[in-house]
Design a binder for this molecule. Structure first.
Ligand code: PLP
Length: 392
């Protein structure tokens, strides 16, 4: 029998042959837009710190105060002795911000999707899910043991048809992202809400990438579309520049999740300084400073979207039309090797945009996922566009 290490090496070698072996780039740097990667200075276009809040002093101050008040670690799960003031304050603020009765924190957005989907759906149920939903939604669907029906990306009519065909299920869930993480395009939220309503299904919308950035005062794309999903999921790790996730909805939803969501119950609560930093970020998002940051980001997004459309030849993968103001701007290349080569070529020009390959995106649609931040300067975009042009 081969040694365990030899088995691992063989599997890693297979990934390498497919251009799918990954490694974590070693990043240093105070600012999220200017970093060093393995010792080399790079202008970064790949963080999810869309509003440039990760190094905002208000977040560090709030975190430090919470560490002194509540301790650094929560030291227990919420249901034991880890339910601390920083958690309660943040949940109340998130619920208020979103105009919902209640919110419940989870240690990450990933765990939020796992917890919500497994708490709400079981073997007698059906989950109707967008083909490009995030891995955390896919994993939540699978763990729930519900029957999973996948509809073509952003096809509201197909989702409605699947709901119509599954009337005998005990319960039906319709789940989508609002702003898709790898395409930067938006779900057809109004038709999806209509379909969920017509077929008596529970609508779950993951606003991970829209919250803080899009919609009225950064309240997300559901607010922009005027719809109220049964469950709104968010992360605190992107525009809120902290870590953690949450589900918002009715008081009954919160109560059920507290009792049924295993990724909430069987895990240590979020560190209080992290919750306090997220609360400070939420206060900025809901202020004139938040508006100013969103306006800067919007200007960058509009400019980059127009320029990328002009740059992208027809032969590349289907260019997904990004949502207006999307901080996520994919540059679809096609093969994994081509995406890696383009990323390396940008690296030689001191620009950091890693290649995104399957399984994160469908095979044949490897890409550069360019993300923008209010912390970028117009000159940073000039540099990126200049670097992309000769690579055509
Ligand atoms: N949902 C979506 C749509 C995401 O893109 C991500 C990204 O990481 C998550 C959930 C997970 O959030 P977190 O990073 O907080 O675990």
């Amino acid at each position: 029998m081969r040694s365990f290490d030899a088995v691992l090496e063989a599997e890693l070698a297979e990934l390498a042959i497919l251009d799918r072996r990954r490694a974590c780039p070693e990043v240093d740097g105070l600012s999220r837009t200017m970093v060093t990667v393995a010792g080399q200075r790079r202008l970064s276009f790949c963080s999810n710190d869309y509003l440039g809040l990760a190094d905002h002093p208000a977040l560090a101050t709030a975190a430090s105060a919470a560490a002194h008040r509540d301790g650094f670690g929560a030291s227990a799960s919420r249901l034991v002795s880890g339910d601390l003031p920083a958690h309660r304050q943040l949940e109340q603020a998130l619920a208020r911000f979103l105009g919902r009765e209640a919110a419940l924190l989870f240690p990450s957005g990933y765990q939020t999707n796992i917890g919500v989907l497994t708490a709400l759906a079981g073997p007698d149920d059906v989950i109707v899910s967008d083909a490009l939903n995030h891995a955390s939604i896919i994993d939540g669907c699978r763990l729930s043991r519900a029957r999973i029906l996948v509809y073509p990306h952003a096809d509201g009519e197909a989702a409605a048809r699947l709901l119509a065909q599954t009337r005998t299920a005990r319960r039906r869930l319709l789940v989508t992202e609002s702003l898709f993480s790898m395409n930067g395009d938006a779900a057809p939220l109004a038709p999806l809400a209509e379909a969920a309503h017509a077929h008596d299904a529970i609508l779950v919308v993951d606003e991970a990438h829209a919250l803080g950035v899009l919609g009225p005062q950064g309240r997300g794309l559901c607010a922009a579309a005027g719809i109220v999903p049964d469950v709104l999921i968010g992360t605190l790790g992107k525009a809120l520049a902290a870590a953690g996730g949450f589900a918002a909805g009715s008081r009954g939803l919160r109560e059920l999740l507290v009792n049924r969501a295993r990724s909430f119950i069987f895990t240590t609560a979020l560190p209080p300084p992290v919750a306090a930093a997220a609360l400070a970020a939420l206060e900025i998002i809901d202020s004139s400073e938040g508006e100013r940051r969103r306006a800067l980001l919007r200007a960058h997004a509009d400019r980059l979207a127009a320029q990328l459309t002009a740059l992208r030849p027809d032969t590349r993968g289907t260019p997904p039309g990004t949502a207006p103001g999307s901080p996520i701007q994919p540059f679809v290349v096609g093969t994994d090797a081509a995406a890696l080569a383009l990323s390396a070529a940008l690296g030689r020009q001191q620009i950091f945009v890693p290649a995104i390959r399957p399984p994160t995106v469908p095979p044949g649609s490897a890409r550069l996922r360019i993300t923008l931040s209010a912390a970028h300067h117009p000159g940073d975009l000039d540099r990126l566009l200049l670097a992309l042009r000769p690579l055509e």
